[in-house]
Design a protein around this ligand. Structure first.
Ligand code: HEC
Length: 284
């Protein structure tokens, strides 16, 4: 099992086609950019040449090895992610609403909103310092010696401790290609949505859309359009479900909002998710 926030590209592509069909007018006017193609990340010698500056070291609390009680620090070597994105994607990745897709060797895709790179420092790394292999154990998924190469995206969660509760979401490994994507904006913040839902849409993406979809965008572990599923439930039931699904339906495979968040934040997040899912226009 790969981490759940990844979505499979085959499904991604068919979802993108459906969304594209539904939105062909909007897409035509948005003039789907020429850069909407995956760029292979060069191999290490070519990267060294392309970057033109030596790689640097970064120390992070490694979320795959750490628990809430026990933080494990690991040192890696690589380049600041923004420098790599600028080099490989040009300025396109900095446009508002854009996401950067990280494609792994096995085809899994992680999509990360560009704002995150502008707010927090990340590195694209290629070496685990003081360790014989560029690999680690994935405690949460009971996997040993997971290969991280060719590249692994890590976040400075020591400089930005607010990232610590997020765990390993947005830490894609085995990264082979990157790409600029506007699929998220088209599906999650479509024309006609009231302003101010950006943060809630990002919450949904982070905590729900690895499994669910909104307007065709997201994962494939739960059927339907989550915007419609949410509307079909009374508000109180939705909130109870999202906070403690296994209380409502023992044995469900759906996790609640993470309990690494403070309880008040969890409740706020659930309410924001409900408000957003009820407000987002449902695309055909
Ligand atoms: C790991 C996958 C996964 C994640 C993440 C996930 N869900 Fe689910 N969700 C499911 C599955 C599977 C079901 C089907 C019900 C079941 O398995 O019991 C479901 C069902 C639901 C339902 C229908 C409940 C009902 O009464 O029928 C709602 C509403 C829902 N999810 C909302 C959310 C929201 C909101 C989030 C984000 C906070 C979320 N889900 C995150 C997998 C997931």
């Amino acid at each position: 099992m790969r981490s759940t926030h990844r979505t499979h590209p085959g499904r991604d592509r068919s979802a993108a086609r459906r969304a594209a069909a539904a939105l062909c007018v909007a897409w035509a006017f948005a003039a789907l950019p020429l850069f909407a193609r995956a760029v292979p990340v060069p191999d290490l010698p070519a990267m060294k040449t392309a970057m033109g500056v030596p790689a640097t070291t970064v120390t992070v609390v490694e979320p795959h090895l750490s628990t809430r009680e026990h933080a494990v620090q690991v040192r890696y070597r690589g380049w600041p992610a923004v420098a790599v994105l600028d080099k490989l994607l040009g300025p396109a990745w900095r446009a508002p609403g854009v996401e950067v897709e990280f494609r792994a060797l096995d085809g899994y895709v992680s999509r990360i909103p560009n704002e995150r790179f502008l707010r927090y420092r990340a590195w694209l790394v290629f070496e685990r310092i003081g360790h014989p292999a560029f690999a680690l154990d994935n405690l949460q998924q009971n996997e040993k010696d997971v290969q991280l190469g060719p590249y692994y995206l890590v976040w400075d969660n020591i400089g930005h401790p607010e990232l610590l509760p997020e765990g390993a979401s947005d830490w894609p490994y085995q990264v082979a290609a990157i790409q600029v994507s506007q699929a998220r904006t088209n599906a999650l913040l479509p024309k006609g949505i009231a302003p101010g839902f950006e943060a809630s849409a990002a919450l949904a993406q982070k905590y729900c859309l690895s499994c669910h979809r909104v307007n065709g965008y997201g994962g494939d572990k739960a059927p339907g359009n989550l915007a419609l599923t949410a509307r079909a439930l009374p508000a109180a039931e939705f909130l109870r479900w999202v906070l403690q699904p296994s209380r409502v339906r023992p044995g469900t495979t759906m996790p609640g909002l993470p309990d690494s968040m403070a309880e008040a934040d969890r409740r706020d997040a659930a309410q924001h998710l409900l408000d957003y899912l009820v407000a987002v226009p449902v695309l055909p």
